[in-house]
Design a protein around this ligand. Structure first.
Ligand SMILES: *[C@@H]1O[C@H](CO)[C@@H](O)[C@H](O)[C@H]1NC(C)=O
Ligand SMILES: *[C@@H]1O[C@H](CO)[C@@H](O)[C@H](O)[C@H]1NC(C)=O
Length: 344
């Protein structure tokens, strides 16, 4: 073979290796450096092919997928033994759509606001870290569909600006130190979910949520008050509603349970009234909890009542009937007055 052929081959391989030097390599190496070069990222080295799925050698620590043009499309970093702040270089991954930072308990400090400017971001999942400071204020972000910041140390209020993101369909902020009220209109689209349990939220749930057909709404373990029968309803497809350990106060008699509801936890509130007939009829209901409230009166009978045990209804004001004790029959009729008949 002629030397020219070899030269061409050489040039071709050179060109292709230049082309395969992906645009985000420099950014990834910067992220690694900002994380203090953790051992879990040892495969991130100059010239590494981060788009090659087979090169993702330490799946327990990191995983990268790419767009068709070789840019980072998704980045997962998990179980890294690090104690650093959030690597700001992540904001240099300008094509990123999905970012998962899971179970990195040594991560501390704030989540930088530059994250809200990544134009293609769809999913932001940062869970199980020691990150503190406020929830990022995404504003009018067209692509974000899911935000999960559960189990961190975030504080402050839930930013109202989140409600300007037209496609935000799932928002989970549980187990942080959030205070303030629940802003209206946080989630959009079909069957959204809102998960805000284990925080210090106060005030009422905005009534506008009554027109939302949630997949699930979970706000247990806060200090919420007020009246929320509007979350229920015959026409709703909601499968799970958790309101436990708050100060909700409303009349359960006016609530209508749908056939789609699978579980709800209303325990430890100040809910009063009777358990409605629709509770016994809701075909899909398997995990209700009405304990520790102020309910009173006779439980409905029949239909699905057979599958609930007494714990579901315990510690209320005066509930009775199966599976609790029978309602005491009306006070015994007075003993018949002695008949003063003719003496024998
Ligand atoms: C949350 O509320 C509880 C009870 O009012 C209080 O003891 C606790 O300090 C609050 N925590 C935060 C982080 O605000
Ligand atoms: C209902 O909630 C109470 C209080 O949170 C809990 O102790 C109980 O185990 C729950 N019962 C059922 C049946 O889920």
């Amino acid at each position: 073979m002629s030397p020219i052929f070899f030269l061409t081959l050489y040039l071709l391989s050179f060109t292709s290796s230049v082309l395969s030097t992906k645009d985000d390599e420099v950014v990834l190496l910067k992220i690694k450096k900002q994380l203090g070069n953790p051992d879990g990222l040892r495969w991130w080295v100059i010239g590494f092919d981060y788009c090659d799925a087979l090169a993702n050698v330490a799946l327990e620590n990191s995983y990268i997928t790419c767009t068709s043009t070789g840019r980072v499309r998704s980045l997962t970093l998990q179980n890294l033994v690090i104690t650093t702040s959030f690597p700001k270089a992540i904001c240099g991954l300008t094509e990123i759509q999905d970012l998962y930072l899971d179970h990195n308990p040594g991560f501390h400090g704030p989540i930088p606001s530059c994250i809200t400017k990544l134009p293609n971001l769809r999913l932001l999942i940062i869970t199980g870290t020691s990150l503190s400071g406020s929830v990022p204020s995404f504003y009018n972000h067209a692509n974000i569909i899911g935000i999960n910041l559960a189990r961190n140390q975030l504080s402050g209020t839930i930013p109202r600006s989140l409600s300007t993101c037209p496609n935000l369909n799932g928002l989970e902020l549980s187990s942080n130190y959030l205070t303030g009220t629940v802003p209206p209109g946080l989630v959009h689209g079909s069957r959204p979910s809102l998960v805000l349990n284990n925080n210090n939220l106060t005030g009422e749930i905005p009534e506008s949520y009554g027109s939302v057909d949630f997949q699930l709404i979970v706000v247990g373990n806060n200090q919420l008050i007020g009246d929320v029968p509007f979350l229920f309803g015959k026409q709703k497809n909601t499968v799970n509603i958790e309101l436990n350990n708050n100060d909700f106060e409303f009349d359960l008699s006016q609530v209508e349970f749908s056939d789609f509801i699978y579980g709800f936890d209303l325990s430890h509130n100040k809910i009063y009234g009777k358990v409605p007939e629709s509770f016994a009829k809701a075909a899909g209901l398997f995990f209700p909890n009405l304990s520790f409230n102020k309910l009173c009166g006779e439980l409905p009978e029949g239909d699905n009542m057979g599958r609930f045990d007494a714990a579901v209804f315990s510690d209320n004001a005066c509930l009775c009937g199966y599976p609790l004790l029978p309602c005491s029959v009306s006070p015994p009729a007075p003993a018949p007055a002695p008949v003063s008949g003719p003496p024998f």
